[in-house]
Design a protein around this ligand. Structure first.
Ligand SMILES: C[S@@+](CC[C@H](N)C(=O)[O-])C[C@H]1O[C@@H](n2cnc3c(N)ncnc32)[C@H](O)[C@@H]1O
Length: 310
């Protein structure tokens, strides 16, 4: 395994907003190398408890090393954050008393380790799975999903305006032989679109879309937030850091939904809404400072939203 490098984004801000306090239970749904988990552990020691999840075995190895000193405070689990409710139930935990952090997306290690296949500039097999046990990789999607399905993925998850042209080109190419590598796909995309119309590399949006589809990212976020919010104890917090507009919009809308008094249609005479569950603490998302962006450029697209259980 290559050296695990990932600089946690909005580190101070995230742990401050999580309101870490000794004696309470916290969840880190996206452990990565354990940067955020370590800061949470320091603040909730000695009587607090942190349970941290990741699906990537490389992240688990790196975090176990990074958090060795905090092993009495942090429990590391190789599992999806989607399984949080089920796992808490199995541990006989009824409420998340402190809060939960989700630092979404991929780690710098995943994005830059060639063989994981996330980057269009590094020759590698088309993979993009956070969890290597996931049965579907980017290769499967590119080589076996229908043209229509590809258009849907590129449009919905990449907001790619040349989705149809790109999907057509992929289908033509794979008819002759499978598309096996990242660079092969990136070159194919480049040849399918008018390059002059792009400010960024023309493969950027399709690669983002494939990553979201391979890892079921948006569905996972939605399912998880809907199930975890009711598990928060009164005053416990939820902190979500996202890295692209689709994720951020989803988080913003779910926070809005759970913090509204009534979401019934105007024609409905009797309100059937449940009592509101959240209070939004960040009207506008928190972003990285100029100093952090300079030190750690991937932080420039981070948006952090925080809410508190009422
Ligand atoms: C941005 S990194 C987190 C970095 C971490 N906060 C740190 O300080 O090192 C996101 C992590 O979420 C993990 N991940 C993605 N989807 C997941 C899921 N459904 N369940 C658990 N972890 C997931 C990825 O494998 C990756 O390690």
């Amino acid at each position: 395994m290559a050296e695990f490098i990932h600089e946690p984004v909005l580190l101070e801000e995230a742990v401050e907003w999580l309101n870490c306090r000794n004696g309470l239970l916290y969840i880190d749904g996206t452990l990565g190398g354990g940067g955020h988990s370590k800061e949470i552990a320091k603040r909730i020691y000695p009587d607090g408890r942190l349970i941290s999840f990741d699906v990537d075995p490389d992240a688990i190895v790196a975090a176990e090393k990074n958090l060795a000193q905090w092993k009495d405070t942090v429990t590391i689990l190789r599992s999806s954050y989607v399984n949080i409710p089920e796992i808490l139930k199995s541990l006989n935990i009824k409420k998340i008393t402190g809060g939960i952090l989700l630092d979404l997306g991929a780690s710098y290690y995943q994005l830059t380790t060639g063989e994981r296949g996330f980057s269009f500039s590094k020759e590698a097999p088309l993979d993009m799975r956070f969890n290597p046990d996931n049965p579907v990789s980017a290769y499967d999607i590119v080589n076996s999903f229908s043209e229509q399905e590809l258009v849907r993925i590129f449009s919905n998850y990449g907001e790619e305006r040349f989705s149809k042209r790109i999907a057509r080109k992929i289908v033509e190419k794979r008819h002759k032989q499978p598309i096996k590598t990242t660079v092969e796909l990136a070159n194919l995309i480049k040849s399918a679109v008018p390059v002059s119309s792009y400010k960024i590399h023309p493969a950027t949006r399709v690669f983002q879309a494939l990553r979201i589809a391979v890892n079921n990212e948006l569905d996972n976020i939605e399912k998880s937030l809907k199930e975890v919010i009711p598990l928060l104890e009164k005053n416990a917090r939820i902190v979500v850091i996202s890295f692209h507009s689709l994720e951020d919009r989803l988080v913003k809308n779910l926070f809005k939904y759970y913090s509204s008094n009534c979401v019934c249609l105007p024609e409905q005479l009797i309100c059937t809404c449940e009592p509101k569950k959240l209070k939004i603490l960040t009207k506008k998302p928190i972003t990285a400072s100029q100093e952090e962006i300079k030190r750690n450029p991937p932080s420039r697209s981070a948006k952090m939203r925080v809410a508190e259980r009422v």
